[in-house]
Design a protein around this ligand. Structure first.
Ligand code: SF4
Ligand code: SF4
Length: 80
């Protein structure tokens, strides 16, 4: 399991989640539209969920139907 950053992060990117993640698994460059969670490193602590001001972060299994694709978007970011 992992947590996933979905649509609401796009254009917000305030990095509040980065500050609270105990394993530093949330990444993104300035040019990226959003931040991404490395599924290989996330320990599902949920701290980022509460820190996000726009409720963009979900446990993968709890992603809303319209944002299911973000699981792969996050995963793919770390496969390149
Ligand atoms: S759930 Fe915890 S470990 Fe996973 S990205 Fe969020 S803060 Fe980091
Ligand atoms: S806290 Fe939420 S909006 Fe801010 S960078 Fe993280 S996921 Fe994006």
């Amino acid at each position: 399991m992992t947590h996933v950053i979905a649509q609401p992060c796009i254009s917000v990117k305030d990095k509040a989640c980065v500050d609270v993640c105990p394993v530093d698994c949330i990444h993104g460059k300035d040019a990226d539209p959003q931040l991404f969670i490395n599924p290989n490193d996330c320990i599902d602590c949920t701290l980022c969920v509460d820190a996000c001001p726009v409720s963009a972060i979900f446990a993968e299994e709890d992603l809303p139907a319209e944002w299911k694709a973000f699981a792969q978007t996050n995963r793919a970011y770390f496969q390149s």
